[in-house]
Write a protein that binds this ligand. Structure first.
Ligand code: AMP
Length: 451
């Protein structure tokens, strides 16, 4: 956080009031850098990911700009367009607009795939001030002449790298081509591969470049541990960890939808209220699951990577990687769900023999070895993995010095993961480099996202 105020940045009083209602005291670094330039009408290239406060960084100036110009809304038109890769992110942005814009009379709507288009068409028929959309459905509605972007004067591409990874590049280009050339354009991306540089060069004009490195900051605040465990015993380990009530709001990540369902069912059976969220669920079911998690009815949310993107739930105490992601970048996205907005958090990763290669690439990417936890007190055994090669499980390993135990000095039973805040337990050795984009399964990701 910075020490300036939103008013210092030029944010108008009605917005400042709404921000105070949200308990936003000071702008985050990306807000402090981006807002003045955006209020001047500059284009912007933002290197930032979720968790940095980027949504407010672009929505506040847009709201202020639209409210200060009393232009009429025209049927089927939107004065500003925000493109997002997934419906979850689109909904999240919509919620932010609602919260920050509560003292203005601006109209906004959200358009995404996977649901009937009827209501979206009806809302657009009257025109809106701000349209938040995923590219696929938006293009569909444009082709059907339900949406007209010929007078849209502000464009935001959020999570542009994800959008390209999900195979939206052609849709995005077609959408951008339908906008007037004279406009203000913003592009946010967590990574800056060549494809994004090209896209930015195409759509931005003399942009201000702002960059925050949230992974380092966020990851720094997270106490990260690995638990070496036999794949067959993960279920038992999870159940035992959850005996500790201090794991009060937990996201469990799995690689597959099938595993997400299975883990959630097992938790329910053992009396832990949980919800699963993944790409096979209908929009309504996903929303219900998220609401239950947000309001505390579900203590655990079991999620796949793609479904979890854009989810913004505060107060997540623990992230548990039930299965390690096969893309190391996803690990950073996953654990960033805890330690949001300046808080600290705990991330525990289960790792079986088959996942050790994934663990290595994660450690390579984050430039820090994860501290191995002695699982003896939960499972009665510890699998010891020396630096180098995998070993067989060591049975009944209670007692005895063990070089690989990273937690020898931790406090007693079932409390060691209780409180987030063991900061510095995994001090970074250096700055994390932005890696290449995750690849593969483009079509299915996009389908999963329902966008
Ligand atoms: P974002 O990166 O936009 O997803 O925002 C991450 C989280 O930070 C969200 O929960 C926001 O509500 C919160 N947030 C954004 N800006 C601020 C701020 N200036 N002060 C406190 N929380 C903030």
């Amino acid at each position: 956080m910075t020490t300036v105020t939103f008013a210092d940045l030029g944010i108008a009083e009605p917005l400042c009031r709404a921000l105070a209602d949200q308990n936003y005291i000071n702008p985050t670094p990306i807000q402090a850098q981006a807002i003045p330039a955006l209020l001047e009408g500059r284009d912007l290239l933002g290197l930032a990911q979720t968790g940095t406060g980027k949504t407010a960084a672009f929505t506040l100036p847009i709201l202020q700009h639209l409210a200060s110009r009393h232009e009429k809304r025209h049927p089927k038109q939107a004065r500003a367009l925000i493109l997002a890769p997934t419906r979850e992110l689109a909904l999240q942005i919509g919620k932010s607009i609602e919260a920050y814009g509560r003292n203005y009379k601006l109209r906004h709507t959200t358009i995404f795939g996977g649901v009937n288009q009827f209501r979206q068409v009806r809302t657009m028929s009257g025109g809106v001030d701000i349209l938040v959309a995923t590219p696929g459905r938006l293009l569909d509605l444009m082709n059907q002449k339900h949406v007209d972007l010929s007078r849209t004067s502000i464009l935001v591409l959020d999570e542009a790298d994800r959008m390209l990874d999900m195979g939206f590049v052609r849709d995005v280009n077609k959408i951008v081509a339908a906008l007037p050339k004279q406009r203000q354009s913003l592009l946010f991306s967590a990574t800056m591969p060549k494809s994004i540089e090209h896209l930015a060069a195409d759509i931005l004009s003399d942009p201000v470049r702002v960059e925050v490195t949230p992974e380092v900051v966020t990851v720094d605040r997270i106490d990260q541990r690995v638990m070496h465990v036999d794949g067959k015993r993960k279920r038992e380990l999870l159940a035992k960890l959850l005996d500790d009530t201090e794991l009060s709001r937990v996201i469990v990540f799995t690689r597959t939808k099938h595993c997400a369902n299975r883990v959630s069912e097992q938790l329910e059976k053992s009396g832990v209220p949980s919800e699963a969220i993944h790409g096979n669920k209908s929009q309504g079911a996903r929303q219900r699951a998220l609401d239950n998690f947000r309001n505390g009815k579900a203590r655990v949310l079991v999620a796949t990577d793609i479904a979890a993107r854009g989810i913004d739930v505060s107060g997540i105490t623990h992230v548990i990687n039930y299965e390690l992601p096969n893309e190391a970048e996803s690990y950073v996205h996953r654990i960033g769900r805890t330690a949001r907005a300046g808080k600290s958090g705990i991330a525990l990763s289960f790792c079986d023999a088959a996942e050790r290669a994934h663990l290595k690439s994660i450690e390579k990417l984050t430039k820090r070895p994860l501290t191995a936890v002695d699982t003896t007190e939960w499972l009665g055994e510890q699998i010891v993995v020396p630096a180098g090669e995998p070993l067989a499980p060591k049975r009944g390993g209670r007692g005895g010095p063990n070089k690989n135990r990273g937690d020898r000095n931790q406090p007693g039973k079932h409390r060691r993961f209780g409180k987030p805040g063991n900061q510095g337990a995994n001090a970074p050795r250096g700055e994390r480099k932005q890696g290449g984009k995750p690849g593969g399964q483009k079509q299915s990701r996009r389908q999963q996202a329902g966008a």
